[in-house]
Ligand binder design. Structure first.
Ligand code: ADP
Length: 367
């Protein structure tokens, strides 16, 4: 994640100097020589695939099979055992699903927890879609469909993701398959029998947080549907619904989200009524009024009725959004805990896949 790069610089990034060749795993073994390092010897540890708030994710090639995995290396100094155990528990509960990054194995070293994950190497969906040129609502619908399928499955097994955002929507590989996987279960939580989760402390990215989550109320699967609404709005317009000019900081964003201050501005003038309806439903302030993932998947716009005409300037608008979120990432997308600490007193801690290729050829730009 772009917003977390700096906090990981003294983790493996320094142990493996910049010139790390990708084939030598000795530094990890040396650092963890008091731990159970046998397990890591199963893998040739390679280059960095990404960095997160608490981890560095590296390529890992299983020596016995030659199979490639993503090794999520969680620094024990930066995370706690309970958080990692919860992430593992949630990943195991979700299991293998075509639109969720699966957990294959996990083990512990002296200074590190290692999560062996299914490798997804196609990069972020938002980067791919704008690299392919102007795109249509149908293209956006195909992305939304896949994420909604992932959420439908997760919610059905009592897991809320709580961190749905562009950075966590990855493509399986660099081919044209366009299969999306939802990753990073670091903030996911178990839903109780009523489908609700008590909020202990806010974590995540303000820009994608539902109002009830920001208010630290009990929340449930509907927070993921809200975030999906924000993602869809961005796909359709290249703008954030609560910050169309890209100027707001986290406290301002939080205020606007809680006040429900958003509109279909000039950047959405070419968006169809059906797509607007979905955005409006997903951004309903009242969680029960939002569609569930199953209800969303039944909407005709997601079932192939979305317009195929390309949205003018969609790729350039989204590219500009991607650049801005990376440049401003550390400010606008920083963990909300720092925002909460600055502006609010913390409460005491309480105990069948649509596999169509994206439409590209033969479509016309709208007049
Ligand atoms: P954290 O929980 O520490 O924030 P993430 O799970 O978000 O870490 O992973 C950090 C980054 O590593 C992601 O943004 C992504 O770029 C990369 N990454 C994570 N999981 C995988 C994976 N299974 N395959 C390839 N890259 C991954």
């Amino acid at each position: 994640m772009a917003h977390c790069v700096t906090c990981c610089t003294n983790f493996f990034a320094t142990a493996w100097a910049d010139g790390y060749s990708g084939s030598d795993q000795e530094p990890l073994l040396q650092r963890d020589r008091h731990g159970t390092d046998e397990r890591i010897r199963e893998f040739a540890v390679g280059h960095v695939l990404g960095t997160g708030a608490f981890s560095t994710v590296r390529m890992g090639i299983q020596r016995s099979s030659g199979e490639r995995f993503a090794l999520k290396l969680v620094d024990k100094e930066r995370s706690d055992a309970d958080a990692v155990a919860l992430e593992v528990k949630m990943l195991r509960r979700v299991g293998m699903h075509r639109h969720v990054v699966g957990l294959v194995d996990h083990f512990e070293l002296a200074r590190t927890w290692v999560l062996v994950l299914e490798l997804v190497s196609g990069g972020e969906v938002f980067d791919r879609i704008c690299a392919q040129g102007p795109y249509s609502e149908l293209d956006a619908a195909q992305i939304l469909w896949q994420v909604a399928e992932a959420l439908e499955h997760m919610h059905s097994v009592g897991v809320a993701h709580r961190d749905v955002k562009p950075e966590n929507l990855l493509l399986v590989d660099g081919t044209d398959s366009n299969t999306v996987k939802l990753c990073d279960f670091g903030l996911s939580c178990e839903l109780d029998a009523s489908g609700k989760q008590e909020t202990a402390r806010l974590h995540g990215t303000v820009a994608y947080m539902a109002p009830e989550y920001l208010r630290e109320e009990a929340h449930g699967a509907a927070v993921d549907m809200w975030a999906l609404g924000v993602v869809l709005y961005i796909l359709l317009s290249g703008r954030h619904p609560f910050d169309p000019e890209g100027q707001a900081d986290d406290p301002e964003l939080a205020t606007r989200i809680k006040a429900g201050e958003w509109a279909f501005g000039k950047h959405t003038q070419d968006v169809s009524d059906s797509a607007r309806e979905i955005v409006r439903l997903l951004l309903e302030p009242s969680p029960p009024s939002r569609p569930t993932a199953s209800q969303l998947l039944a909407h005709p716009w997601l079932r192939g009725a979305a317009p195929t005409v390309v949205l003018p300037n969609s790729h350039t608008n989204l590219r500009a959004f991607n650049q801005a979120r990376r440049i401003l990432g550390r400010v606008r997308h920083r963990a909300v805990t720092s925002f909460v600490q600055m502006f609010m007193p913390l409460p005491p801690p309480r105990p069948p896949t649509l596999q169509r290729p994206m439409s590209r050829g033969g479509v016309k730009v709208a007049d």
